[in-house]
Design a protein around this ligand. Structure first.
Ligand code: FMN
Length: 198
């Protein structure tokens, strides 16, 4: 069975991001895939300490963080999944802080001993898993996708995990009503995109 992990960096219950991720999960589940959704807003992930302990040993396996929180469990889920949905709304031009905090903890996917200027991605040369990227913003979607940093951050996350993006759903003009519902067109796009993971 194909296992898909959705990592959702929205703060809001049943907001745009939750709705997109749910639709994607339903579409995938209907094909027999196993889908797990991680809501970062409910997940015990501490800030990275920049100690770089996790980056010192070479190898393709993620390094070990010195912190005891939910991140190791999340890394295990990432390692045991065949594909990813990476989702975060756009706040102040980039991914939410809760998603950024998660991203920083993905430094375990970097090999970066103290004498090296920049990290090497541990998974750079492995067989690539697939990822779909999801964001939304108050601005028109096309503008948000190209002008804001959120899409770039989702792409960086994909790269760190050693995955490759097979598509993005960037929904715009979503912030004009408190209970925004996705249009049938966006729902259909979400389903189509999700199925690219399998
Ligand atoms: C604190 C905050 C900052 C935001 N910053 C931006 C922004 O820089 N650009 C933009 O187009 N929309 C911005 N928005 C609108 C959000 O992107 C939009 O409400 C979000 O995509 C909804 O996602 P959610 O329903 O999953 O919470 C912001 C919203 C909030 C609350």
């Amino acid at each position: 069975m194909i296992r898909i992990l959705a990592i959702n960096g929205s703060y809001r219950d049943d907001g745009i991001t939750d709705q997109v991720v749910e639709i994607m999960a339903e579409a995938l589940t209907a094909t027999g895939a196993g889908v797990e959704i991680v809501l970062l807003r409910e997940y015990p992930v501490k800030f990275c300490l920049n100690c770089r302990e996790c980056t010192q040993q070479p190898g393709t396996a993620p390094g070990e963080c010195i912190q005891q929180d939910g991140m190791q469990e999340l890394i295990n889920k990432i390692e045991n999944s065949d594909g990813y949905i990476l989702a975060a709304p756009t706040n102040f031009g980039t991914v939410t802080a809760v998603f950024q905090r998660f991203m920083e903890r993905l430094v375990v996917y970097g090999y970066w001993p103290w004498d090296m200027n920049a990290p090497q991605y541990r998974k750079a040369n492995v067989l690539r898993k697939k990822a779909v990227l999801v964001s939304s913003c108050a601005a028109p979607g096309i503008l948000g996708r190209w002008c804001f940093n959120s899409h770039k951050q989702l792409q960086s996350t994909t790269q760190m995990l050693g995955a490759r993006s097979v598509g993005t759903l960037f929904t715009g003009m979503v912030a004009k009503e408190p209970d925004y519902r996705l249009s049938a067109r966006v729902q259909a796009k979400a389903r189509t995109l999700a199925l690219k993971l399998i």
